[in-house]
Design a protein around this ligand. Structure first.
Ligand SMILES: [Cu+2]
Length: 211
């Protein structure tokens, strides 16, 4: 399940991760507070009090057979995805959808990764800057911030069951605001695959709230 990550959650996570650094410093026991402060300013432990380098976020994409709405693929929690502003975000998407939905001609540009650091993502651990259109299952696209991640099919076998496709990308959030995300692969209903979940918030579209 997607973890609902708010700024408060992110801060408390950071605090928990850093706490051992602050309490696990027996070498400085006995120093005055002022001494501690000045030591902290110049030691590696002190440097760790700067903001986190990367905030990790993850999303889970289920296919229509797994949701309570058959034929409607869904990014769990996708109605409102909250990300911190002015932060480097490493986003991992686990997709359990084994169906492809190649992009139509006019949307084929979205087989390329856009707006990430390095212009790439990793797909099942391998770096990629695009995906063959025939292998596209979904996209995670936030037009207003120029972000586009391409999501391939999950694999399925009798022995292992469904192995999710794992897409990871790092990008920097800048401006705050609420920005629509879409999947541009025609994975929905209707003759063009662009209906149903494609236009229903919480399935293949929704908001990214950066704040
Ligand atoms: Cu989709």
């Amino acid at each position: 399940m997607r973890e609902a990550m708010t700024m408060e959650h992110a801060r408390s996570k950071v605090a928990r991760r850093w706490a051992p650094v602050l309490v696990g410093a027996p070498a400085i026991a006995g120093m005055t507070l002022a001494g501690l402060a000045s030591a902290g300013a110049t030691t590696p432990a002190g440097r760790r009090s700067s903001p986190p380098a990367v905030v990790h976020e993850s999303l889970v994409l289920l296919d229509g057979g797994m949701t309570d709405h058959s034929g409607w693929p869904q990014i769990v929690g996708g109605k409102s995805i909250v990300l911190p502003a002015h932060t480097k975000v490493e986003l991992t998407i686990y997709s359990f959808d084994t169906g492809t939905a190649p992009l139509t001609k006019s949307l084929e540009i979205y087989d390329k990764v856009l707006g990430t650091i390095g212009g790439s993502e990793t797909i099942n651990g391998k770096t990629a800057s695009s995906l063959a259109n025939k292998d596209v299952s979904h996209t995670f696209t936030v037009p207003s911030i120029g972000l586009n991640l391409v999501i391939p099919v999950a694999t399925s076998s009798k022995r292992d069951g469904i192995q999710p496709a794992v897409v990871t990308a790092t990008f920097e959030t800048s401006k705050t605001g609420t920005f629509a995300w879409h999947c541009y692969a025609p994975c929905g209903s209707g003759s063009d695959g662009m209906g149903g979940p494609m236009v229903m918030a919480g399935y293949m579209t929704g908001d990214v709230v950066i704040g």
